[in-house]
Design a protein around this ligand. Structure first.
Ligand SMILES: CC(C)(COP(=O)(O)OP(=O)(O)OC[C@H]1O[C@@H](n2cnc3c(N)ncnc32)[C@H](O)[C@@H]1OP(=O)(O)O)[C@@H](O)C(=O)NCCC(=O)NCCS
Length: 379
């Protein structure tokens, strides 16, 4: 019998100590290694935040330059990985294809588990190659040839280039980098916890990261921004947003991109995404995504005021619309989440190995007991 109280879904359970990410769900605050997400989104690059997550402090100018160069030099993936991706049926879900490629990546040059230089190097390889794998699968699944990464482009810009074959403007590249920064880390979410659990068995980093990809696949974790975009297709006009909210709530259905297990205030990442969505939508929003979302948010707030429920926009509420306006296809939404989150996963796996103890919770047994075996002829 456990001395710890049972909590379904581990809600409220502290499973480990971490110095990487802090969330105050009541106040709606998020910080990576002590820096607020707003500060990082406004001022940092993807590479700088990746360094911060992995090493714990902001890099010097020389460290950042060296790190960016290493990331650029490691972008190319082995031909055998392209072979693995090409061998999958084109109908394979992108997250399955990515999980397969990451697991296969571990077979190319295996590294023993543990917080050592080889695994810091492996983390850089995974962060650098993740966009190449995602973009390669996107093109292979469409019958197109994958594009080689370009070392003259920034992290986000190069990813968008490898997907579309066109170099995005600096403004689009910067907005996409901000989207990645917002998704890089979020404490003990399901995929990060999964990665740490697998790493705690001293399985290799690639195996741990591929397990995390599997956890992110699920619609309760990685797929909600797709739902938010589908929702907009059901709202016929800006005014129709109110009808939509009332009708969904009346039918006891959830509004996508709203609510969060931890945040009981508006998700701080949604403010940043809204700022950029408003900026892009000001010149190009043919389907009035932004105005529709604002109507839905206002109608939802009015309804939630009546019930006292603390349901506010989460990170997925504005991101799907912003991605669409940036020209990104819906099938890439969850993979993009992984392109960003791989940095957080690697930081957590390395932290787990700093003071490892295998995760082994208990369960509350609720089955039968004391039964006697009977021969099959008597059953
Ligand atoms: C994120 C989510 C899974 C959190 O789940 P949770 O912490 O277990 O919260 P619950 O689902 O128990 O919700 C608590 C109450 O708020 C309501 N609620 C939660 N999210 C809601 C939403 N998006 N729309 C309408 N009502 C919602 C629930 O119906 C429930 O009401 P009840 O107490 O009358 O039954 C949930 O809010 C959700 O499904 N949101 C939509 C999907 C989404 O955007 N996911 C991305 C998360 S980043």
């Amino acid at each position: 019998m456990s001395a710890v109280e049972y909590s379904k879904g581990l809600d409220g359970v502290i499973a480990a100590e971490s110095k990487i990410c802090d969330i105050d769900g009541d106040l709606g605050l998020l910080s990576y290694r002590g820096y607020t997400i707003e500060d990082l989104a406004d001022n940092s690059t993807f590479a700088e935040v990746a360094w911060l997550l992995l090493y714990g402090s902001l890099p010097t100018a020389a460290e950042l330059e060296g790190f960016e160069n290493i990331l650029k030099s490691k972008r190319t993936i082995d031909a055998s990985l392209l072979g693995v991706l090409s061998s999958l049926p084109k109908s394979t879900h992108p997250m399955i294809a990515i999980q397969t490629a990451i697991a296969a990546h571990g077979s190319l040059s295996p590294v023993a588990s543990g917080r050592n230089q080889a695994n810091f190097d492996r983390a850089l390889e995974l962060i650098a190659r993740f966009p190449t794998i995602v973009a390669a699968w996107h093109r292979i699944s469409k019958g197109l040839a994958p594009l080689d990464p370009r070392s003259d482009l920034g992290h986000g810009q190069n990813f968008l280039y490898m997907v579309t074959g066109e170099v995005p403007s600096d403004e689009r590249g910067r907005i996409f980098d901000v989207c990645l920064i917002l998704h890089m880390e979020h404490s003990f979410n399901a995929s990060t916890f999964t990665g740490r659990v697998v790493a705690s068995t001293m399985a290799p980093m690639d195996a741990s990261v591929s397990a995390a990809v599997g956890a992110l696949y699920g619609p309760l974790h990685g797929g909600a921004n797709e739902g938010a975009l589908h929702m907009l297709a059901e709202v016929s006009s800006v005014e129709d947003g109110t009808r939509y909210v009332l009708s969904e709530l009346g039918a006891k259905r959830k509004i996508f991109g709203m609510g969060h297990r931890v945040y009981k205030a508006k998700d701080p990442r949604s403010y940043v995404l809204e700022k950029y969505l408003a900026q892009v939508a000001a010149t190009n929003d043919p389907k009035q995504h932004y105005a529709k979302l604002k109507t839905i948010e206002t109608a939802m707030r009015a309804e939630m005021e009546k019930t006292g429920k603390k349901i506010y926009p989460n990170v997925d509420f504005f991101s799907g619309a912003l991605y669409e306006l940036l020209g990104i296809e819906i099938s890439l939404f969850t993979p993009i989440f992984a392109v960003a989150r791989v940095a957080g996963w690697c930081a957590h796996i390395l932290e787990q190995w700093e003071d490892n103890r295998i995760f082994r919770p208990e369960c509350l047994y609720s089955g039968d007991s004391g039964k006697k075996w009977v021969p099959v002829s008597e059953r």
